[in-house]
Design a protein around this ligand. Structure first.
Ligand code: FE2
Length: 296
């Protein structure tokens, strides 16, 4: 299928980045990446130098999202499309590019309040990825590092930004009645074979965090189970135990990070094909499981 962009990195700002070190390193099974030029700790789940950047600050939320264009033509095309959709990009400085470890960078602010950075040439790490806690490794080749889900009251503008600006295509959507008159709406978007690289939830009011969760996909089903055991052995919240999503078929669980946002670890998602024609409404999140197991 058409594949010109993929998820490059996520920037998260928390009061103390070291609070997240045991979580990402010992529960999720990521490996530390090279600190950025300004000294922010980073995490990686593949051969790229960094996939999560944890910065010190008051936001306690995601603050930027990197989208990698796979070549110069793709970079220009996405840049032009964003400008035409009303989101002109501002070129980054040499310092910005060095800080992110990229060859090219331009940014704008998405309607959900997070800076979106279109980048090219995301640098590789000096060493291969190897995590003793994730022996099978993570699925990232050609599909980016995972997926991210944001909740926003600016839902319709955000949908337009993603589809008309970034050029992602909607994979399918969820409309689920949580209680009489209260409907959960989530739209899922792809830009490569990954079922969704980005999803948006319609928030009824402004929530404390726009980042609902970030997802890492394993190559081995057992690595999800082992990660669940590690999460269970902590006192972290488990908003959703093991289960299977109805739309993308992922076998996964969700653990609450010490900063509040959640991390999903999953396996076996459906793959988007050239002839994808399943852009349809689902009325349940999961075909089984994903029970709320433990409050933070
Ligand atoms: Fe997810």
């Amino acid at each position: 299928m058409r594949h010109e962009i993929e998820l490059a990195y996520l920037g998260i700002e928390v009061p103390d980045p070291t609070d997240l070190t045991p979580f990402f390193g010992e529960v999720i099974g990521l490996e530390p990446g090279e600190p950025t030029g300004s000294g922010a700790p980073t995490w990686r789940n593949d051969a790229k130098s960094r996939r999560l950047v944890i910065e010190r600050g008051a936001a306690n939320d995601a603050t930027y999202l990197g989208i990698e264009a796979l070549d110069a033509a793709a970079f220009d095309q996405v840049s032009d499309r964003l400008a035409a959709a009303g989101f002109p990009l501002t070129p980054g400085t040499e310092d910005d590019r060095a800080e992110r470890g990229v060859a090219r960078l331009a940014r704008t602010v998405a309607p959900w309040g997070v800076s979106v950075e279109l980048v090219g040439g995301l640098e590789d790490a000096a060493t291969p990825f190897s995590s003793p806690l994730m022996p099978g490794g993570f699925l990232t080749e050609g599909v980016g590092f995972g997926h991210v889900v944001f909740a926003t009251t600016a839902f319709d503008e955000s949908h337009a930004f993603v589809v008309d600006g970034l050029g992602l295509a909607q994979s399918d959507w969820l409309e689920m009645e949580l209680a009489p008159g209260i409907v959960l709406e989530v739209r899922f978007y792809h830009c490569n074979e990954r079922h969704h690289t980005l999803a948006l939830a319609r928030a009824p009011f402004d929530l404390p965090q726009v980042l609902h969760h970030v997802m890492f996909e394993t190559k081995d089903r057992d690595d999800v189970g082992a990660a669940f055991d590690r999460a269970w052995a902590t006192d972290l919240g488990i908003p959703n135990g093991l289960g299977r999503h109805d739309n993308d078929g992922t076998f996964s669980f969700y653990v609450a990070s010490p900063a509040g946002f959640q991390v999903e670890v999953g396996f076996g998602a459906r793959v988007i094909t050239d002839d994808w024609d399943d852009n349809r409404r689902y009325d349940r999140i999961s075909s089984w499981g994903h029970q709320p197991l433990r409050q933070p």
